[in-house]
Design a protein around this ligand. Sequence first.
Ligand code: HEC
Length: 307
Amino acid sequence: MNHGPLIFLGVFFALTLSWFGLVFEPQLQLGNAQPTTNLVNAAQLYPQMRPGQARQGLDVYRSLGCAACHSQQIGQTGRTYDVTLTDPGTNRAEVIAALLKVRPRATATEAEKLVAGPMPQAILKDVAHVAATNAMAKLEPTGAKAEVKIIPTGPDIARGWGKRRSVAEDFLFDQPVMLGSQRIGPDLADVGSRLPVANWHLLHLYNPQIVVSKSVMPPYRFLFEKRKIGREPSPDALKLAGNFATEPGCEIVPTDEARQLVAYLLSLRADTVIFETPMTVATANVSTNTPAATNAPAAQTTNSVVK
Ligand code: HEC
């Protein structure tokens, strides 16, 4: 008997079915999928590889054992929320009534002052998520505009070591990741945004006490070269004065390793806003009823003295 056509049909159907199952169906399910991102501001590039010099600096950081005293992992225990009024709208009386419900302890005159004052005005500070959403629900129907700010909290953040917790993507391109476990010195996960001036780091590495008078961090003088000043002083030479000055006629010039290490330190940042670690980045100066703890310009993220 000739079973040729039957075998052909059998094989044909088996292959067609598997084509539908393995190619056609997945295409229907995923063919139109758009790339997703965990970035809040999609225009940002993150995670990004460190620049070449900073990648070399990672090796210097490792070889010098900086991780023995410095961790790179900011912890976060929770979040609090601030509510600020950005625009009181036209219906003042209702806004004031809503404000009194949101802040039961406030008096009518205080509420009036809030509404009349320059915007934005802080309404609630350091409250739970429920309280913030409740306040929004009461304020919005009155035509006023308010904003909720998300503020990460925790001991590390209170120390100023970072604005949000560290996440794995912060270290995606590092090999190895220098998480560290001891904290003899401050956490360095966000040191690039806390101390963004290269010269500060060079001076600090040469002798920490030049910039932090009571520092107990060991100096790394071997990262610098002592040279006789030639016809002209080198533009890269450290500017040392007073007790820290070198002998006359000599200058201290950073080596390539020092520069690489500093490039690495400046590349350490944990400030990209991603959905896993939501936070509101401070942009405008919010006038509060309590006097501000600092008179540094609002755009500045730190008060530490750099330079
Ligand atoms: C023996 C422990 C120890 C070692 C090793 C050490 N540090 Fe430090 N580091 C400290 C201490 C303590 C401080 C805080 C005092 C200061 O700012 O100098 C500090 C501060 C710093 C700061 C300033 C951080 C800030 O927020 O003010 C940087 C940057 C830094 N170290 C980088 C390094 C680098 C890079 C290395 C490796 C070359 C290193 N440290 C090795 C103990 C150490």
